[in-house]
Design a protein around this ligand. Sequence first.
Ligand code: ADP
Ligand code: MG
Length: 617
Amino acid sequence: MGRIQVLSKEVINQIAAGEVVERPASVVKELVENALDAGATAVQITVKDSGRHIRIADNGCGMDGEDLKLAFCNHATSKISSAHDLFGVTTLGFRGEALASLASIAKVACISRPRASELGLKAVPDTQGQVTLSEAGCDYGTIFDIHDLFYNVPARLKFLKGARTELSHIQELVQQLAISHPAVRFELQLEQGRGFKTGGSGDLKQTIMDLYGVDRPEHLVEVRFEDEATGYSLTGFTTTPDVYRSSRKWVQWFVNGRATQSSILAKALQAAYEGLMTPGKFPVCALFLKLPLAEVDVNVHPTKKEVRFSQPNTVYSFVRAGLLETLMKTGQRVVVPVVPPLPSLSRLAEPAIPETSLHEPRQIRSAPHVTSAHVSRPPLPGLAAGPAPYQMPYPVSNQVVQQLYDPLEVAPSGHDQTQLLQSPDFRVIGQLAKTYILLETPNGLEVVDQHIAAERMHFERLMGLYEHRHLEGQRLLIPVSRPASPTLCTMLEDNQALLAGLGLEITVDVEAQKVTVVQVPSLFRTHQVAAMLDELLVKLEETGDVQLPITDMVATMACHSSVRAGDVLNMEQMQRIVVQWKASQRPWTCPHGRPVSRLLSHQDIMAFFDRPSLPVS
Ligand code: ADP
Ligand code: MG
């Protein structure tokens, strides 16, 4: 007798079940997706017995006797009929495997009634998918009752985690489904009194706030980004960078309506928040990416948790750009009146250099020893060569920041900037511990870290000036020297043009293995030169790259251009710092991601003092 046999239907279904039904949450997923595919506007889910008993009721299209007989057969589906349809799948299910698999590993009963039928039917499949039908009185829609999940698969049963874990998986899953279907009313009842209900009003923002515990509407910003040429769109909500969690759990992606995970999307999100959020922190978001169906392969994994993109690079750039644009828009929180430029700084108000000239070599006046070979070597490092690590989407668009003189400087006589500095959005009330600026704002008390705020402001200002060739240098009365390795010397020599662009001049003595800073940007606090040079050299040594990392260098310069913790500031200086910081493109964090300010809201303060309201002014 030969050794090879064709497997029985039951075994085949159990094998399929092993892939489709991993745990109780997978049952919920398959059945709720079926309900949604059936056009339900209300879905009620009840879970008992640590997830081994699941009941799902919907008000969808229902099934008649014929459908019910076929529903539990393997590869029986109403959603596709040809291989061609696979590339245009818009329903959540299409494999026709779920019900057949389920019937092979649990005791299943289904009661269903299409709207047009008078009477409902109860279907009880056996382990091979053979259905017994009987009449049943019921409302229209469908109810699935699953008992004793994995009763005949002890191996699976053994691998189930504790009830709490299984119930958490179910809760997370139903949350995803509820967020991707805000117009459907969901009711989840778990054991131990856990669960939730959604209103089904169609309001996505409210649904996210309810389910993901975001307390204030202003913490969520709407993402709306489209590209007609590719047919891509990105919509949804994400939190402002000052609202974050320590886990990715509240980052939810949907691709063409399906909850999914993808490393490409995770990277794009991370890139958009880079420098705005401390590494290891994540926003709370629900983001919906729509792509032409043919560009997404959802068929990679039986439970369809992961997608594959045919154009991963385009997807990455699109998503990153969409999120960046959204975050930039919300960054401009303070509207500061624009006044005519100050004469001493009027060159900053020159029309912006047209895009194309960014790539052209420029005259570098402040670096006389730089040879023409250096100067004429296009493209300008850090701008056109390779992907710039930090891109100012609207360089120097923020004229106000450019027009204000340094926050610590005394106003040039005759130039009253009072108007510029008056802001209806806040009032400085003082300094705390020589480190924090305290602000009264319409929302409460804002505590601002003076160094980080100044650093963010200087970073953007330097970056903007660098990109527009306006970074000028001041020569140092006493140059500062440091020993440097031959590699470092060569690196600095090769990058003289770039350094000059930053307003820096560092002379290199290769033989003596020494570098000397002779000129720094005009904005720079000269007593910080030695500290800046030390930090810069360490960074460059670490990078070991031929091309100097512009963002890092500018961040280092910004840090050393800024007031420090411990500097006593007067009211006007604090006012200047805050106005300029608030007018930055990305005011939430320092260039490395540390948060700048913390709001103690009126609500929190009132709750603490048990006060019902604030006096009306
Ligand atoms: P798939 O969803 O991949 O088509 P399933 O095995 O999950 O396969 O379901 C088989 C078929 O049963 C579906 O194609 C659908 O026609 C029908 N069906 C399942 N659940 C429901 C429901 N809640 N309401 C109406 N029809 C349903
Ligand atoms: Mg299905």
